[in-house]
Write a protein that binds this ligand. Structure first.
Ligand SMILES: [Zn+2]
Length: 441
């Protein structure tokens, strides 16, 4: 059971590929139950197992001081049973069919998933709808699960890069911002959670109108809609959902400190490039995404080629933020270098390359390479039920339409050199970018 803190490090984007491919698109259908829960089904006839996901639109964004880490803690509680499915029933039932199940928590979402053969599906509908409505929460269960979460926390901070993520959050956001604390939360608060606080979180954020289903497999959509109606249709709980409109501005926000001294034993220094990014699906979103990748992220990006491969001034450049978020958020790129007095030069190189694009733009050829590599990634993501479900779920949440799951390439093709110059000037200006110097103690 994961929190975002557990994400893999040094996961580079796909290699540039020169073949032109198109994502295989399987047909997807949706319906909305009377209780407000949307059901999205992708019919993929060539597989034996079905991916079943419940996306709750809650995560650490909904936490307040005193319950930092609750969304993730609560994800664990969801596996501890109901009256009908007590104890480890969820795992046992999925195991019985040779399937698997898990969950993860992020800032904006908590996603529960089962990967099962078709004959297990009705049981999965039964279990997921039951724990949406009838979870048993007790102090005893909380105390046991807290140990597991505490262990995850300690493992997390033993990894210097995860520790960096946790400590950096404290310097980044203005007070009251939904992302001001890392998903894993604060151990000193986790150890104080009460079962009443857990119950409150469940009552406030778990309901059919704050969730949607994504099902991908060798299934018929109508049969899935019928099962959804049969099991989830009887969950009547309704929440008065409000999107926050009081989120503090991050554009003019300044880092709380220019340096972060991190207590880790390896001689590495990091420059974190931090800048506000456009919201998912907005006009500048795709141009920003392309610019950031062309310059920083891809294995063949301009800065990886120059700083990592050619000049050996950096070990790696790592994207440390999510592309999509519900509220205003930062894009973070980490330049990971040997701790060395001459590192200030790296900043000069980066500024030079940004300014060069702002003035001269980039070649159409480079843009085409990026589009081709994105097409290859889309194609890879359209093979397995799990990755398709992930794409559909993300598009539904952040682009408000699961049909846009495979629209990225089309959007990228519309981008012009002028769009990239505009993004370079507007978003990657010296006023917008802040650089946090992360040093070993
Ligand atoms: Zn966990």
């Amino acid at each position: 059971m994961n929190s975002k803190l557990m994400k893999p490090i040094f996961l580079f984007s796909a290699l540039i590929s020169y073949i032109s491919v198109h994502a295989v698109e399987y047909k997807s259908y949706s319906t909305v139950l009377k209780n407000g829960m949307k059901v999205i089904v992708c019919e993929k006839p060539d597989v034996h197992f079905t991916e079943f996901e419940v996306w709750y639109k809650t995560g650490s964004k909904d936490e307040v001081p005193g319950i930092r880490g609750m969304a993730h803690m609560f994800e664990h509680m969801m596996f501890r049973g109901t009256k009908k499915f007590p104890g480890n029933s969820i795992f046992d039932n999925v195991d019985k069919y040779g399937g698997s199940c898990n969950a993860y928590t992020d800032y904006d979402r908590t996603v529960y998933h089962e990967y099962v053969p078709e004959d297990a599906l009705e049981t999965v509908f039964d279990m997921e709808s039951d724990r949406m409505a009838n979870l048993v929460i007790s102090q005893e269960i909380l105390d046991t699960e807290r140990q597991v979460v505490g262990e995850e926390f300690r493992n997390g901070v033993n990894n210097w890069y995860q520790k960096l993520d946790l400590e950096r959050s404290k310097l980044l956001y203005p007070t009251g911002h939904p992302y001001e604390v890392s998903v894993i939360g604060y151990l000193e608060e986790i150890t104080q959670f009460t079962s009443k606080q857990c119950q409150d979180f469940y009552d406030k954020y778990y309901s059919p109108n704050n969730a949607y289903l994504v099902i991908v497999g060798n299934v018929k959509s109508q049969a899935m809609f019928d099962l959804a109606e049969k099991y989830f249709g009887k969950v009547t709980k309704q929440l008065d959902l409000k999107v926050r409109t009081d989120v503090p501005d991050i554009i003019s926000n300044k880092l709380k400190a220019p340096e972060l001294n991190l207590d880790y034993p390896i001689p590495v220094q990091v420059f974190s490039y931090i800048l506000p990014q456009p919201s998912a699906g907005s006009t500048e979103y795709y141009a920003f995404h392309m610019f950031k990748n062309l310059l920083f992220v891809g294995e063949n990006s301009i800065l990886q080629s120059r700083l990592v491969k050619k000049d050996h001034q950096a070990y790696a450049i790592q994207l440390a933020s999510e592309d999509e978020s519900m509220y205003s958020n930062y894009c973070i790129m980490d330049i990971i270098m040997q701790a060395f007095p001459g590192n200030a030069r790296v900043k000069k190189v980066i500024r030079e390359e940004i300014d060069r694009i702002a003035t001269d733009g980039v070649s159409q050829d480079l843009m085409n390479q990026f589009i081709t590599s994105t097409e290859a990634t889309e194609m890879m993501n359209s093979y397995s039920p799990e990755t398709i479900a992930q794409q559909l779920g993300i598009a539904e949440y952040y682009l408000h339409d699961y049909n846009k799951a495979y629209s990225e390439v089309d959007e990228l093709k519309k981008i012009t050199v002028a769009d990239l110059k505009n993004v370079a000037t507007k978003y990657f200006s010296t006023e917008r970018i802040q650089v946090l110097n992360v040093k070993p103690m």
